[in-house]
Structures are given as structure tokens and as C-alpha cells.
Design a protein around this ligand. Structure first.
Ligand SMILES: Nc1ncnc2c1ncn2[C@@H]1O[C@H](COP(=O)(O)OP(=O)(O)O)[C@@H](O)[C@H]1O
Ligand SMILES: O=c1ccn([C@@H]2O[C@H](COP(=O)(O)OP(=O)(O)O)[C@@H](O)[C@H]2O)c(=O)[nH]1
Length: 238
């Protein structure tokens, strides 16, 4: 059997991907399917760190957050990612994977704080590390948290698992004529204002020479193909 293309990866899971077809929240069968995909990769011996988003929960409370102070709303968003991280780690435990959740904001009774050497130790021990609470700062996104943590743990690549199957010339949900890029440079993605990831995340990965692979989380087997270095999604590179 061929070998995985990577030894250590940072997987960014969009919070909204956890909703499945529900309007918000966590869809049980969706999270179980995702965890099954993750388990397959972990069983190959690939060191796996995950940054989870919060859009699925925050979307549910967003109407009440209207007119709210931006920083306060962002802290609510970060807390939403903590809930997702706990759900994800619990679902992993059910299939026999040891996961550790580390939070960027202090919430010690619930999850341990992010301590970089500790995260590296867990990865070396073969545990899956779930980074919660994004970067710990308002005005950032979990995509930027993925770029930051990916750089900190010296991941070989950031795998952005999302609702679309790659980077398009325009948002494929809005423009039916949008076409898929096989590869694209960071500078091109930033210059073209492609919204699939925010410019802060792109710029951080560019400066750290950390490539990103954008692929679909709903497409069966896509994560495994990405891990095996097969043709899947879009590679964003320097
Ligand atoms: N040029 C583009 N190529 C691909 N997707 C794009 C592009 N522009 C905007 N998008 C949108 O970006 C989304 C992916 O971002 P993601 O972070 O997973 O979603 P969100 O954070 O909004 O939950 C897709 O749902 C897609 O509709
Ligand atoms: O470093 C961070 C990461 C996240 N957030 C907040 O948490 C929310 C959820 O994260 P995100 O939208 O990136 O999740 P996803 O779209 O992947 O579900 C964001 O809208 C922000 O309000 C933040 O303030 N700082």
C-alpha cells in the first residue's frame, strides 16, 4: 500500500460542516461520518491537529447578536468553537481515538489551555489535538487560527475541509459559471479577493511557506485522497 504524503497536518473543519442539512447545531450522523474519515487518517500514523470553526452554533444565536459589540460577538463565536471541539473529541473517543482539546482562551474547568510544547507532545504520542477558541482574539477567524497553529506545530500543510470542493474563480454558491483552480498562488488568491479564506490566513501561510489544500468535507473519501497526495481539491502555494 502507498504511504501518506504527510507526517503532520493541520485540518481545519468548518463549523458549518457539522450542521449537515440542519439549519444550525451539530448533526449527529454528520459528525460521526467526519470522525470516521479522521479515524482512517489517524490509523495511518499521520499526526493530526484540528482547528474547528463555530459557524454552526453561532449562526443559531446570531439574530440575537445583531447590533452587538463586535468583540463581544466574536468571543461568543470563540466559545461556540469550544462546544464543537468538545463534541468532536467525544465523538472521536467513541471510535477509540484519543483526542485532547486545547483552548486559546482560559476556561480551565472545561478544557486545558493551549500550551505549544504540550500540543507537540500529544502529537508525538499519536493523540489528535483539537484547537478550540480560534486564536483567542476577536477580529480573527478560525481559518487564521488554522494558519497560526499550523505554523506553530510545523505542519506540512493546512487542509481546509469545507462545503465546496476547491477554490473557484468566484464563489460557486453565487456564480454558476465559476471554474475550479487546480492550483493557485497565495498572491493570486489575495489579489483576486477570493473569499474562500480570509486574507490574514492566506498571508500568514504565504509568509511561512505553509501550503493549503482546499477540498470538500462532504465528498466521500476526499480527505483520504488528500492525505495520500492524490489529485483532489485546490492547492494554494507560494
Ligand atoms: N472563490 C471561491 N472559491 C471557493 N469558495 C468560495 C469562493 N468565494 C467564496 N467561497 C465560499 O467560501 C466558503 C468556504 O469557507 P468556509 O470557511 O468553509 O465557510 P464559512 O466560514 O463561511 O462557514 C464556501 O462555502 C464558498 O461558498
Ligand atoms: O481567532 C478567532 C476565531 C474565531 N472567532 C470568532 O468565532 C466565530 C466562529 O469562527 P469561524 O466563523 O471562523 O468558524 P467557521 O466559519 O469555520 O464555522 C467567528 O465568526 C468569530 O466571531 C474570533 O473572534 N477569533
Amino acid at each position: 500500500m502507498s504511504k501518506p504524503a504527510y507526517k503532520r497536518v493541520l485540518l481545519k473543519l468548518s463549523g458549518e460542516a457539522l450542521m449537515g442539512d440542519d439549519p444550525y447545531g451539530i448533526n449527529r450522523s454528520t459528525i460521526e461520518r467526519m470522525v470516521a474519515d479522521v479515524a482512517e487518517v489517524a490509523q495511518l500514523g499521520v499526526e493530526l491537529a484540528i482547528v474547528i470553526g463555530g459557524g454552526n452554533i453561532f449562526r443559531g444565536v446570531a439574530p440575537g447578536a445583531q447590533g452587538m459589540d463586535r468583540a463581544t460577538a466574536d468571543y461568543m463565536g470563540m466559545l461556540a468553537t469550544v462546544m464543537n471541539a468538545l463534541a468532536l473529541a467525544d465523538a472521536m473517543r467513541h471510535v477509540g481515538i484519543t483526542a485532547r482539546v486545547m483552548s486559546a482562551i482560559g476556561i480551565e474547568q472545561v478544557v486545558e489551555p493551549y500550551v505549544r510544547p504540550k500540543a507537540l507532545q500529544y502529537l508525538e504520542e499519536g493523540k489528535v489535538v483539537v484547537f478550540a477558541a480560534g486564536t483567542g482574539n476577536p477580529f480573527f477567524t478560525t481559518d487564521t487560527a488554522a494558519a497560526l497553529r499550523g505554523s506553530e506545530i510545523s505542519a506540512e500543510i493546512v487542509l481546509k475541509a469545507t462545503k465546496v470542493d476547491g477554490v473557484y474563480t468566484a464563489d460557486p454558491k453565487k456564480d454558476p459559471n465559476a471554474t475550479l483552480f487546480h492550483t493557485i498562488t497565495f498572491d493570486e488568491a489575495i489579489a483576486k479577493h477570493l473569499q474562500v479564506m480570509d486574507a490574514t490566513a492566506f498571508a500568514l501561510c504565504r509568509d511561512q511557506k505553509l501550503p493549503i489544500k482546499v477540498f470538500s468535507i462532504t465528498k466521500p473519501g476526499a480527505l483520504m485522497r488528500v492525505i495520500m497526495g492524490e489529485d483532489e481539491g485546490t492547492l494554494v502555494h507560494v
